[in-house]
Ligand binder design. Structure first.
Ligand SMILES: [Mn+2]
Length: 351
């Protein structure tokens, strides 16, 4: 966990900045973290990090472009040494808040690095949870909760929130249930899909989210901006629901088979959402979802029990590509010509 002292330090760094620049990971935990800090401070700009796997040197340009006087990096597990070096040369305070694997102390020695794993009581609550501990802005509790649930974490304040807002959330200890069976979960999906939109629309959404005061505004399509975001969501969601239905069909046809393998192509890369929702529907299966993108396939894997990092080490020992992630949620990239081999290996491993 982060200590009171660390939380206070983040708050002090934040308040000392006239124009902070928030780089945040391309998901709802990242977005919520940015929104909470910017709304608390009433200033600052946000930039979604689209580079993968790390924040790379392409983004250095943004620092001078937006004339910031401090840099916050939120929920991004990797930052390229080139980015850090360039940012350090500008002599601006760099504040990096993360909850993924710990960085080498040498790599982060000149910057303000916060991670709840770096503690005598190591933990890995989402960054949006910690941002809420920093700001303690009750009226933004709903934003904090969106970030937490999106990262499969149910914070203690969820129960109270559900009591006060039964139409938005019925309490459960199971994050996936909150994600897929509540209105709050729907808002998360709307924001996730919006983050996949083209840059000008993402910026529009971020501006809107910096002032909106309730999730009902989004759900009820209250006003022009909310209407726009909701209509973009519906467009993507129609495609998403079709893919999900096809994948569920495959899951049902395979009956009791251990693995649900599903691959698709097209212009919508949405494997992470698909695999999460499939695991919720088929909790006993190993879920493997591949998105065919030209000569590459991006694969999402989910499982309730298996250590997928280990599984992928074995599966990919002689298949070129990348893989990484959390114990029960991983991603991999292989070339399209190796997909069949990858598939066979996975089936062999869990036999
Ligand atoms: Mn996160």
């Amino acid at each position: 966990m982060l200590s009171q002292k660390e939380l206070l330090k983040i708050r002090t760094l934040l308040e000392a900045s006239q124009n902070p620049l928030f780089f945040f990971d391309n998901d709802v935990d990242g977005l919520s973290s940015f929104l909470q800090l910017a709304r608390f401070l009433g200033r600052g700009k946000g930039v979604v990090i689209k580079s993968y796997p790390g924040l790379d040197e392409k983004y250095v340009r943004k620092i001078s472009e937006l004339k910031c006087d401090s840099i916050f990096i939120l929920d991004k597990p990797i930052v390229s040494p080139e980015f850090l070096d360039a940012a350090k040369q500008l002599a601006l305070p760099i504040v990096w808040i993360d909850h993924h694997g710990l960085q080498d102390p040498e790599f982060v020695k000149d910057i303000h690095y916060f991670n709840p794993l770096k503690s005598s009581k190591p933990s890995s609550e989402p960054v949006s949870y910690w941002c809420y501990q920093v700001t303690r802005k009750k009226e933004d509790e709903w934003l904090a909760l969106l970030g937490c649930i999106a990262d499969y974490y149910v914070p203690a304040f969820a129960k109270e929130f559900a009591k006060g807002n039964p139409e938005l959330l019925s309490y459960s200890e199971e994050p996936a249930r909150l994600l897929f069976e509540s209105k709050m979960g729907k808002v998360i999906k709307i924001l996730e899909f919006s983050l996949k939109d083209k840059t000008s629309n993402v910026i529009k959404m971020m501006k809107f989210m910096q002032r909106v005061s309730s999730p009902h505004t989004i759900l009820n399509q209250d006003g022009k901006d909310a209407e726009f975001i909701y209509s973009r969501f519906e467009r993507i969601n129609r495609k998403y629901e079709k893919l999900l239905e096809r994948a569920k069909e495959a899951g049902r046809e395979e009956g009791s088979a251990r693995v649900l393998f599903f691959s698709y192509g097209g212009d919508l890369s949405i494997s992470a959402n698909l695999s999460n929702e499939l695991l919720y529907n088929f909790p006993k299966k190993l879920i493997v979802v591949g998105y065919l993108n030209g000569v590459r396939v991006n694969i999402s894997l989910r499982d309730g029990k298996l250590d997928l990092r280990k599984l992928l080490d074995d599966v990919m020992h002689d298949i070129p590509g990348n893989h990484g992630g959390h114990e029960h949620a991983c991603g991999a990239t292989v070339s399209a010509s190796d997909l069949e081999k990858f598939r066979e290996r996975v089936f062999d491993e869990v036999k």
